[in-house]
Every structure is written in C-alpha cells, then in structure tokens.
Design a protein around this ligand. Structure first.
Ligand code: DC
Length: 230
C-alpha cells in the first residue's frame, strides 16, 4: 500500500499533535489538527460576542457557519501547518485559555461538527494524511488503515500544558490548567454528538512514562507494518 490514513484520537493535552507531526514528517504526509478547527470556530464566536462564560447564542453560531472559513497553510519557517480564520493567521490566538475555556461548548453543536467533518473528509481524499482529534477513527475515517488512541495521566497532561503556556508567557496557575483539562475530558466523553471513544480497532498508546521519541518508535512500527503488509 502506498499511502494510508493515520487517525489519532485521545484526551486533551496528551501529545496527539506531537506524535501526529512526527509521523507526518517521517512519512512525508500532511498533518491536520482538527482541534484547531474547533478552536477557530470558538474564536469566531468569542470575537463576535456569540459566546462568553455566561452566555452562548447557539443559533447565532449556527446561522454564521456558512460564512466562516477555516483553512490551513504550511509555514516553511516553522515547518508546521498553521490555521487561518477568514484568511487571518490565528495560530497563536486559538491556543490561549480564553478559547480553551469555550471550545467544548462549540464542539457540542451538531451543525458545527457536521461542517468540520465534511472538511476533514475532503482533506483525506488522497490519503497520505495524519489527522488528530476526538472522533477521527470513530466517525471521520472509520476505515482508516491505522487508528491510534492516546492517553496519559491527567496530572501529567496538565503539567505539560502548564509548562507550554508558561513558556509562551501566559499568566496562569497549574490548578486552572488542571481544571480546564478535567472539564474538557468530561465534556469530550459525555457529549451526545460524536463523543470521544476508542474505536474498537484502535491501538492504545499511554505516554505517561515514555518520551516523544519512544512513542514515535512504537507508532512507526505500526505505520510501517500497514504499509508493508496491506
Ligand atoms: O485537541 P484540542 O485540545 O485542540 O481540541 C480542542 C477542543 O475541540 C476539545 O475540547 C475537543 C474538541 N474536539 C472535538 O470535539 N473533536 C475533534 N475532532 C477535535 C477536537
């Protein structure tokens, strides 16, 4: 087999994008971060006063969906694909805590999911793709050749995310990050629309105690197996 789809799902901040980028680089595949798509819609909702801690005008968001353009463009300097909302690079804004705090509510809206799943399937048409998210193996690409479900201890995940945010200069406490991760785990697993589940045929990688290099080695063995034998 020439090219496959690698679907990576799992909890928030457990290194899905690190692994997905590594596999994509090794194999010359495209990497798509579907969380960035949901974050872009949440940023749109924040900017247009459709959502805040206290209110969420779901219908206004649904009515705006056809106007919202989410796209990716490869940045050769950072060697990464960056996210654009209506033509504007929003890579930095979508990673902040304000968006993180609202994104689960947006990701529960059926119409939002339908729009983004359509875009994701279109991107996967010619294979050679690593996509990460919550429903990639279960809903977006149920026939993906390789499905990986990632997990890690929630305190370890919170510490990693806290370190990242601090390095970027965000003013935040560890407990705020832990609370955000715990809430998002609950929202992701309990929502009625496409909740986070491990696809039956997914392999599980728990990276609590292993390095990114070790997890890449494990994943590449599976990828290469699929490329050799299927
Ligand atoms: O992976 P992330 O933390 O950037 O994802 C942001 C949010 O989007 C997260 O709360 C779950 C949601 N999400 C989703 O529901 N489905 C996806 N395929 C990807 C992300």
């Amino acid at each position: 087999m020439n090219k496959i789809i690698v679907a990576i799902d799992g909890y928030s901040s457990c290194g899905k994008s690190t692994l997905a980028k590594q596999i994509a680089r090794e194999k010359g595949y495209i990497y798509i971060d579907t969380g960035a798509m949901y974050r872009s819609i949440a940023l749109y909702a924040l900017q247009n006063k459709i959502i805040s801690n206290a209110h969420f005008d779901k219908q206004a968001l649904i009515d705006s969906l056809s106007k919202i353009q989410v796209s990716f463009s490869y940045n050769s300097e950072s060697n990464a694909s960056e996210t654009y909302l209506d033509g504007k690079n929003i890579e930095k804004e979508i990673r902040g805590i304000e968006v993180s705090n609202q994104v689960s509510k947006v990701a529960q809206v059926k119409e939002v999911r339908a729009k983004l799943v359509d875009i994701q399937r279109e991107l996967g048409k010619s294979k050679g793709l690593v996509m990460d998210g919550r429903d990639i193996g279960s809903v977006v690409f149920p026939d993906a050749e390789l499905k990986i479900f990632m997990t890690a201890d929630h305190k370890i995940r919170a510490q990693r995310r806290f370190d990242e945010l601090q390095a970027k200069g965000d003013v935040i406490t560890f407990n705020e990050v832990l609370e955000n991760i715990t809430n998002r785990d609950n929202d992701d697993t309990s929502r009625s629309e496409n909740p986070l589940v491990k696809a039956e045929d997914a392999i599980v990688i728990d990276n609590s105690e292993i390095t990114p290099k070790e997890q890449l080695k494990i994943a590449l063995e599976y990828v290469n197996d699929k490329l050799t034998f299927d």
